[in-house]
Design a protein around this ligand. Sequence first.
Ligand code: FAD
Length: 472
Amino acid sequence: MVRPAIVWFRNDLRVSDHAALSAAVAGGRPVVALYVHDDDVARQWAAGGASRWWLHHSLEALGASLHRRGAPLILRRGAAAEHLAAIARETDATEVHAGDAAEPWARAQEVRVAATLAGDGVAFHRHRTSMLFDQDRIRTQSGGPFQVYSPFARACMAGGGPPPPLAAPTRLTAPSRPPRSDRLENWTLLPTHPDWAAGLRATWIPGERAARNRLARFLDGPIAGYAAGRDRPGEDATSRLSPHLRFGELSPAEIWHGVRHAKGAGKFLGELLWREFSRHLLWHQPDMPEKPLRPAFVAMDWRTDPGSLRAWQRGQTGIPIVDAGMRQLWHTGWMHNRVRMIAASFLVKHLLIDWREGAAWFWDTLVDADLANNSASWQWVAGSGSDSAPFVRVFNPMLQARKFDPDGSYIRVHVPELAALPAAYVAAPWEAPGEVLRDADVVLGNTYPRPIVDLAVGRTRALAAHAGLASA
Ligand code: FAD
């Protein structure tokens, strides 16, 4: 009898272009498809609320897709090494195939899994499922990791780009007696008391099929105008594939090859390489989520200001573009990239609050919360990243709003109490004459907050703190 192989699903909840699944089914072997949920292993980086919501639905979709092909998805909760070893013994499996992961806790987990399995004579094979390239092979000329995006991107492309995606197996054979599975509902990944996920349900459909539909819609229209439109938060100009990529419902290689011949693809492929670059940074600097990449920033004198932090989190800062972004995040689990940069910069610079506070809030509220992208992006905005713009370049959120949301359409959707203001004032209601505010039913300090910080004062304070750093 042919002995089965185990596929351990991780950040790759799909059946297409899944090198681990393809390797496991080679030769028509029976497969045990397994997902292990371990909240303890990731410590403070355990999935946040929005990610847990997505994970539930994504596992549901993967389970249905595997079932249609002939094998159930086995769910287990706890330490991956223990479950994998027990299931290998029970099913007499000789091999475990798994996808890769850039998170330091996941890499440590992988080492434990491989060692435990080796003790039982079971082979462990890791395959590239969530990254475009093998991070250990992308090196500078002197053999080290990259710190700057452009040469990194060139090095990635030197070999001709990522290999083409693999087809999904059409049929799977389950072992004659599949191991026991937990019930997904018992993992309580969905919020109940209160059920705050209505906005998520209205905005997203998790799962591989929905991800492929979203990619098709993007290719049908927005991609042609992506380079110009991607900075306009009021337009539906970006792919919104980020949560699908985060959970691996589509592989980056499948997206790459789906997009690469489309008109306007260049800029978009560059963003996929930014995602890859974040992974490269985390791969080589595993303390990036906690520690500034530029050592000087360790001494930064951040302010402790729970009231302002809470106003920022809830979209009540009195700066319309910041509040619009933070409310979009709260309601839909996603925020436009340009506004992520503006809102993050406002927190770190105008409020002088530690970027790790912002990263933690994003971690809990984003459906695409991704350790590599989130920490690299926060460090980039905070000026402590390897390839950051200098800290002294401080975004003015009002001018950013006027430039990228000129008619205020984005602000009007997410901050409806300002919807009736004319375009000239919607980004800065404090500049509006009294009669304009009256006509728009806006009472500052009542229907909408006054700014919690004067933008000029905040900017000066940030520059002083940074100057202190330089002279320390
Ligand atoms: P598109 O513009 O359609 O881009 C396609 C894909 O490229 C994205 O899905 C994403 O995977 C990748 N990408 C795009 N921009 C970036 C970028 N700047 N850095 C790295 N990859 C990128 N992205 C996350 O996926 N998870 C996060 O937790 C996250 N946190 C962020 C925090 C801050 C402070 C900032 C400024 C950015 C963050 N980003 C994060 C990056 C970016 O904002 C999102 O990837 C993007 O907005 C997702 O929307 P989209 O899929 O429509 O992007």
